[in-house]
Write a protein of this length. Structure first.
Length: 301
């Protein structure tokens, strides 16, 4: 295992900046708007719909320009490049809840939530992981560029800089002073950049941790995946995780009427506009396939 000092620095930096949102000087309603917009655009459309259901599992198809749009939105979430994100998640499905699962709950909740990001074994390094699980993704020049020299990190922080420059410039152009401009620009970075990143991080990570420990199961899959209503709400449908492990390529994760899946509704809207095609839906044979109950496995403390 190799300790990832750079990951720890980034983790601490973003959380420290996010805490500044508690101080009134860093508040602005525009920052709050950017927070909500970013959670939807970069979290729901970028990560949930783009990185996960579209690029990783190919649960539906969209025009390449739209796929690239979703991919860039997801990149702004600072959760790896599209290729590495896909590789990690495909490995998770390959070894779900086993020792070789990248974020296996067998090592405890904190490991599954974020600890795995700070420690990497040899076969979890970017290059071998992508080579094995995401060669198809790297054939796309955009995804290869984002992975190269960690460009995905650079453009993510570039967005924060754009937020600050736009806020600062707006106040100065409106006749404000430099102190007011500094305050407004900083509020956009804290709320629209750092806090939004941290919120999307933890909601995404909760799918790796919470939904493999607590919740109910519609299907007796061989892993410990669970459906969790709270995470289902917070992640716009990703929390119906047992359903997803039962049928990974399905673009729809909520299988019952009470399992509301906002990301699926977004896909339906794309279908209505003719932008989403070849949409995979839950297999009608799932109930019979997973009819026998699987014994639960207890995480190692």
């Amino acid at each position: 295992m190799k300790f990832k000092a750079d990951a720890l620095v980034g983790f601490v930096l973003c959380h420290t900046l996010a805490v500044l949102a508690l101080f009134p000087w860093f508040f602005s309603w525009t920052g709050v708007v950017l927070l909500v917009f970013g959670m939807l655009a970069f979290g729901v459309l970028g990560i949930n719909l783009g990185f996960h259901r579209l690029i990783t599992h190919r649960g539906f198809t969209v025009p390449l320009w739209l796929e690239h749009t979703f991919a860039v939105l997801g990149t702004f979430s600072l959760q790896f490049s599209p290729a590495l994100w896909v590789a990690v998640h495909r490995r998770h499905h390959h070894y779900a809840d086993d020792e070789q699962d990248p974020h296996s709950p067998l090592r405890g909740f904190l490991w599954a939530h974020f600890g795995w990001l700070l420690m990497r074994s040899g076969d979890m390094r970017s290059r071998p992981l992508i080579e094995r699980y995401a060669k198809d993704v790297m054939r796309d020049p955009l995804y290869a560029m984002l992975e190269r020299r960690k460009n995905w990190i650079k453009i993510s922080f570039l967005l924060w800089l754009v937020y600050f420059a736009a806020g600062y410039g707006w106040v100065m152009a409106s006749g404000g002073n430099s102190g007011e401009a500094l305050q407004f620009g900083s509020s956009l970075v804290v709320w629209g950049g750092a806090l939004r990143t941290v919120v999307v991080w933890h909601t995404t990570w909760s799918v790796n941790s919470v939904t493999h420990i607590w919740g109910y199961r519609n299907y007796a899959t061989p892993d410990d995946s669970r459906n969790n209503a709270i995470i289902g709400f917070l992640t716009a449908g990703e929390g119906w995780h047992n359903n997803h492990h039962a049928d990974p390529t399905s673009a729809r994760h909520g299988h019952h009427w009470w399992e509301f899946d906002f990301a699926w509704q977004a896909i339906r809207l794309l279908m209505w506009f003719g932008l989403a095609t070849e949409v995979s839906v839950p297999s009608p044979g799932l109930a019979a396939k997973f009819s026998a109950p699987a014994p639960p496995r207890q995480p190692v403390v």
